[in-house]
Design a binder for this molecule. Structure first.
Ligand code: FES
Ligand code: FE2
Length: 416
């Protein structure tokens, strides 16, 4: 349970809110690189932290992330012309390069110096891991770009899924560090379900949470089906600022591992990027991953990211299937998560909830976010922006080990 003031502090991310200021201190996913694949191709819009942005790839192959509204009289540059090294507003022809500099102003008289004084707001960009990233914070505070292994993995081993939720980022994010729910909500759905339940059918994990310089990690410790008196089954999830979850990496090397990012669109909407990576360099089929995890018959997610099953169609829940033994009647774990998270309301009322022992990671993520936002309110750096963090070697994991063995030790050993 939280106070109303803390719930507000955690969930409001617009410009000039404390959490909005904190979030702007990290690199933000803006869209998939494939959405702006072609030089001079169609620009796309993306709203991040409440800011309406336009993204385009110019004639030279570079990507620009600018404010969507033209600085002249605010017409959208998303309906502009992408040509000859810049994006030209169709209203009066003003043109901007990918940094936001105004490079043509044909509606002003020849010799006018207005052009040299005018810029659109442009943001630093990176193209990495199949994602276009941008930094929306103060120029003198740009952090190191975090080179996680799921960002630097070869493109053919990676598959990306981008799906929206009509809910605040925090409740979407909380679902991803809630090891307990997967035994219920995702029963029979997740990729390694059979393997998992053959290892353990314990539904009430003991949570061991540990702060780190990137955020925290936690172990969900369960009693295994075999040797319950001498062994334990441990699933370690990593959580990194400001909204990244690294789900326990399957022990079976043929299964991909997964990182999930919960990017605030505005206070009441979230864009979730799921990054699947084949272990040992095995290639992954983006099409198959999307088909398996997101597709619902009759819904084309490629053309409209927000068209999930909806509250009004009860997430296409199949009651007959439920009576026949299916736990949710909802297809795909992404839809199952969205159904629960959206059904809490756009911003969950955390003054009226009852957290149990299995919610210890939920409590911790709120505490860490509050800690970091209070630091930035006092003028200090937020947590997780230091270049000392070994982003590339952070690993989640799961294993059955001796009851008295340290999971930290086993996890670190898996890196060797
Ligand atoms: S509004 Fe864009 S050029 Fe006038
Ligand atoms: Fe889930």
């Amino acid at each position: 349970m939280l106070s109303e003031a803390d719930n507000e502090l955690l969930t409001r991310i617009g410009r000039d809110t404390p959490m909005g200021d904190m979030m702007r201190r990290y690199w933000m996913p803006i869209c998939l690189a494939e959405e702006v694949a072609e030089p001079d191709g169609d620009p796309v819009t993306s709203t991040v932290l409440g800011e309406r942005l336009v993204v385009f790839r110019d004639s030279f192959g570079g990507v620009g992330v600018l404010r969507e509204g033209c600085p002249h009289r605010r017409a959208s540059l998303a309906i502009g012309r992408n040509e000859e090294g810049g994006l030209r507003c169709i209203y009066h022809g003003w043109k901007f390069d990918r940094t936001g500099a105004c490079i043509d102003m044909p509606s002003e008289p020849p010799g006018s110096t207005f052009l040299s004084k005018l810029r659109n707001q442009g943001y630093p960009t990176r193209e990495a891991g199949g994602i276009i990233w941008s930094y929306l914070g103060p120029a003198d505070k740009e952090p190191v770009f975090p080179q996680y292994d799921w960002i630097t993995a070869p493109a053919e081993t990676r598959a990306l899924v981008k799906v929206g939720q009509r809910a605040n980022y925090l409740q979407a994010l909380e679902g991803s560090i809630d090891s307990s729910h997967s035994w219920f909500l995702h029963r029979g759905t997740v990729m390694d379900w059979e393997k998992r339940t053959s290892v353990s059918t314990d539904t009430s994990p003991r949570m061991e949470v540990e702060d780190t310089d990137y955020g925290f990690r936690y172990a969900a410790v369960r009693t295994p089906n075999s040797n319950p008196d001498t062994k334990k089954y441990v699933r370690v999830t990593l959580w990194a600022f400001p909204f990244i979850s690294m789900i326990p990496r399957p022990e079976e090397r043929q299964q991909p591992y997964l990182a999930a990012l919960f990017v605030p669109v505005d206070d009441e909407r979230t864009m979730m990027y799921s990054v699947f990576v084949g272990q040992d360099g095995s290639p992954l089929s983006t099409h198959a991953i999307r088909e398996e995890n997101v597709a619902v018959p009759g819904i084309d997610l490629d053309s409209e990211w927000f068209r999930l099953g909806q509250p009004m169609n009860r997430y296409l829940q199949d009651r007959a299937a439920m009576r026949a033994g299916n736990w949710t009647g909802i297809r795909g774990f992404i839809h199952q998560d969205a159904a629960c998270s959206e059904s809490m309301g756009a911003i969950a009322d955390r003054t009226d909830e009852h957290l149990g022992q299995s919610d210890r990671a939920i409590t911790r993520v709120r505490r860490r976010l509050l800690e970091s936002v209070r630091r930035t309110m006092q003028g200090d750096d937020p947590i997780g922006v230091t270049s000392a963090i070994p982003f590339g070697s952070l690993r989640s994991g799961q294993f059955v080990i001796q009851k008295d063995e340290s999971w930290q030790h086993v996890l670190e050993g898996s890196l060797a």
